[in-house]
Design a protein around this ligand. Structure first.
Ligand code: SAM
Length: 278
């Protein structure tokens, strides 16, 4: 089966592991993550609220990408607090450092993998990761390491999409299902959203709780921007995953609805939270 090079809401999966995140969904990673942040603003706000970050807290963002969320966290922990962002991608960390300097914020960034965080046990009051665990070969090991560096009783929050739940408003169900399954199976853990509570428990978290937030993409540009929908339809036809004429018909249908102002695509992101045992 051909591999499409999609990343769903999130970065071509093999790239996420290797650190080569210069492009995501065929566009510069930095631009992709900025666009995604616009679509996911409500999710990011909810993560922040649930982390219960306070002035003076020391907080870690794992898989921090271009640093947007770490910079926002820095505003909440204040001068007495500290935020650290880590990412396995050198390009991402270089971009995040640039943003941090431009913002003059008290936040630092470094290259590190979630599997080997360069911090002693119990270093942070809280730890977050967003759209990162979906790329991991071993999600439990990654979350266990996040718990290790969190203080006893401290909170971790892991947010990831469930790529089995994307619902574009297209009439041909059979073709749509086939294209979406093919496209999102390119993510290492496409169903991680529903697996997250089990992953946190297996990693040793206590008081595990999950909630699911909707993602509503209005218009083809938004759907394509976050998930690569139109690329998926194009490549699935070219690769023979579905008959080319049916894939083309779906693209035309999406464009027609878009012109009417009626095209939507829904999805879901799971926010799983827990504590390191006391
Ligand atoms: C889709 S991006 C999300 C970035 C950021 N959390 C955000 O919400 O904008 C996923 C990030 O996870 C990073 N990543 C993937 N595997 C990782 C690992 N093993 N350790 C740390 N970061 C990783 C990638 O380099 C990428 O920057």
């Amino acid at each position: 089966m051909a591999t499409p090079g999609s990343d769903g809401t999130a970065g071509a999966p093999p790239a996420g592991e290797t650190g080569d995140t210069t492009t995501l969904i065929g566009r510069p990673a930095d631009r992709y993550l900025d666009e995604a942040a616009d679509h996911l603003a409500a999710v990011k706000d909810e993560i922040l609220r649930r982390l219960r970050v306070r002035p003076g807290h020391r907080v870690l963002d794992v898989g921090c990408g271009n640093g947007t969320d770490a910079l926002e966290l820095a505003r909440h922990v204040g001068d007495a607090g500290e935020v650290v962002g880590v990412d396995v991608s050198e390009e991402a960390v270089a971009g995040a450092i640039g943003r941090g300097l431009a913002a003059g914020a008290g936040v630092s960034f470094q290259v590190a993998s979630v599997y080997a965080l360069p911090f002693p046990d119990a270093s942070f009051d809280a730890c977050r990761s967003e759209r990162m665990v979906q790329h991991l070969e071993d999600p439990v090991a990654g979350v266990r390491e996040m718990l290790r560096v969190t203080k006893p009783g401290g909170r971790i929050l892991v947010a990831d999409p469930d790529h089995g739940m994307w619902a574009p408003d297209l009439a041909d169900r059979e073709t749509t299902r086939a294209v979406l399954a093919w496209w999102f199976d390119n993510v290492r853990n496409p169903w991680i959203g529903r697996r997250l509570p089990g992953v946190l428990r297996a990693a040793g978290a206590r008081d595990v709780h999950v909630t699911v937030m909707p993602v509503v993409l209005r218009g083809v540009a938004a759907a394509d921007g976050l998930t690569g929908l139109m690329d998926a339809l194009r490549h699935a036809g070219d690769a023979g995953v579905v008959p080319a004429e049916r894939a083309r018909a779906l693209r035309e249908e999406a464009a027609r609805r878009d012109a009417d102002g009626g095209f939507v695509m829904y999805g879901a992101i799971a926010l799983a939270e827990g504590r390191r045992p006391e």
